[in-house]
Structures are given as C-alpha cells and as structure tokens.
Design a protein around this ligand. Structure first.
Ligand code: AMP
Length: 282
C-alpha cells in the first residue's frame, strides 16, 4: 500500500494503475468497521486487476460547527492499518492547505435535496461535501466510488451531482453497518458519555418500531412524533429532526407505493447522531 500526501505524489502513484477499474472510498478518518466494510466492498468491485483508493481527509469546508471539527477524532496510524488490511492500494492523506488554495473562490451548491434534513440545520455542509468530493473525483479520476447509506442524504446529493454534471463515475451505496446493539457505527460515537452510549441504541429500536407502524398504515406525523417522544424521554437528548420523506426526492412522501425514508438526527449531549431506515408499505 502506498500513501500520498500531495497531489503530485497521488498522480504519480495512480499513473500505473490507470486503464483498469479504480474504486474510490472517500473518508474523514477515525476509521471503524463501517468504513472497513466500504473498503472491502471497493476491493471486491475492483477485483484483482483493478485498484482501490481511499482518501483520509478531515474536510474543514464541510463543518458548520468549529467545535465539531476541533473535537473530531483523529487516528491516522490506525487508519493506515485498516486501509492496508482491507486491501487498499493507495491512500490519499492531504492536509487542508494541500487540498485548498487560500484564495479559492468556487463553490458547488446543490439546491433542492440540500434544503431539507441535515441541509436545513447544517448550512453550507453539503456544498462543502460536493466541493471536496468533486475535487477528489478530479484528482483520482476513479471509475467507481462507494458511499454509505448512513449518510443517506449525502449519497442522494452526490448521485444528483454526478447526474447533473455528467461525471463519468458509477456510485455505489453501501448498507449501514451497526454495532451488535444496533447503534450505527460512527466516528463520533467515541465522544458519547457512557450513559448516552448505552442509551443510543434506542435510535435503531425506535426506527424499527416505526417501520412496523408504517406497514400497519400509521400516518407520517404519528410515526415521527412517536420516534421523537421515545428519544426525547432520554435525559440530555434532543431531536434535531425526525422526518418521513420520499427516499429519492427527500421531500414529502406523496405516493404510498414509493420507497420512503425515515431519517433522524438527534443530539446526545453535544454529540449529534444520525440514522435512517427505508420504509415500504409492502
Ligand atoms: P465519514 O468518514 O464519516 O465521512 O464516512 C466516510 C464514508 O463511510 C461515507 O460514505 C459514510 O456514509 C460511510 N460510513 C460511515 N459510517 C458508516 C456506517 N456505519 N455504515 C456504512 N457506511 C458508513
């Protein structure tokens, strides 16, 4: 496995790998089993002939909260071990000043899917995501890229970006990886207090209850109110949003025969956790 810290090193390392399938997995580091699953999926997609590139870059441009950026966990040595053990060929690990010019002045804003859910409460977040992913796509020029459905809205927005900008890269969505207790794995989980860490699996449990209620025909508003009430009964927990939307448009569910998405963002103390579940009436 090779590690590139600059764009020049990256170009040189990727040159001999071009012409075959190349699968990119962008991450912000502090890698856990969820990331490892994406990396292994990328390895499988690339096959023996192709290559896997992982980026480990804590992108300051997508943070709307300076405290969140400052306290985001960093485990670079461990991340390299994870990448190596998952069969990654090249890791791109730039610093912000390698990635961005000080006087950069181009922004990239998705204007429909970004207005709801996390986009509504994290101004500028998805513009930062689109910018960095677009730059990574241009630098790596992969044939494919893998993103997790844990960040469901991010995946939907990136699919839109690829479609609307004619980016010749195939995106793959990976299922959410959870701990044994059902909590979706997240780099931010290590920041939870012990009490909130033991209470946090309630997110998944409430989504499963909601899924059954949806199949039974309960209304979107009743389902969302139930999830909010369950989570906010935990001391120190406050829901940012609980919303049931169309899984593709991310706006209001209109047709009962379309796939729906129940998405939650909740503050457990000062740690914001997200999770979601796809719902169908069938
Ligand atoms: P991050 O480092 O949080 O930006 O995540 C990098 C990629 O890993 C994104 O595509 C995430 O959606 C994905 N990811 C993070 N956690 C999980 C998880 N628990 N299950 C599946 N994918 C995940």
């Amino acid at each position: 496995m090779q590690i590139a810290h600059t764009k020049e090193e990256l170009r040189a390392m990727l040159a001999p790998l071009r012409g075959k399938r190349m699968v990119l997995v962008p991450t912000m580091g502090a890698l856990h089993e969820g990331h490892a699953t994406l990396l292994r999926q990328a390895r499988e997609l690339a096959g023996a002939e192709g290559s896997v590139v992982a980026s480990v870059f804590l992108n300051p441009v997508q943070f709307d909260n300076a405290g969140d950026l400052a306290t985001y966990p960093k485990t670079p040595e461990q991340d390299m071990e994870t990448c190596a053990s998952c069969g990654v060929d090249v890791v791109f690990m730039p610093t912000p000043d390698v990635m961005y010019m000080a006087d950069r002045s181009i922004t990239l804003e998705e204007t429909h899917l970004s207005t709801v859910l996390c986009g509504a409460s994290r101004p500028g977040h998805f513009a930062g995501v689109c910018l960095v992913v677009n730059k990574l796509f241009n630098l790596v020029q992969p044939t494919d890229a893998v993103f997790g459905k844990k960040d469901y809205q991010q995946l939907a927005i990136l699919r839109r970006m690829v479609r609307d900008l004619d980016i010749p890269i195939t995106l793959h969505g990976a299922e959410i990886v959870r701990g044994e207790d059902g909590l979706a794995l997240s780099s931010r989980n290590v920041r939870l207090t012990p009490e909130h860490r033991s209470a946090a699996p309630a997110i998944r449990a409430s989504l499963l209850t909601a899924s059954a209620a949806y199949r039974a025909g309960d209304s979107a508003s009743a389902i969302c109110a139930q999830v909010r009430c369950t989570l906010e009964s935990i001391p120190g927990v406050h829901c940012d949003y609980v919303e049931l939307v169309d899984a593709e448009t991310l706006h209001e569910v209109a047709e009962p025969d379309r796939l729906a998405l129940l998405a939650v963002a909740a503050w457990f103390g000062d740690v914001r956790l997200i999770d979601n579940i796809e719902l169908s009436r069938a």
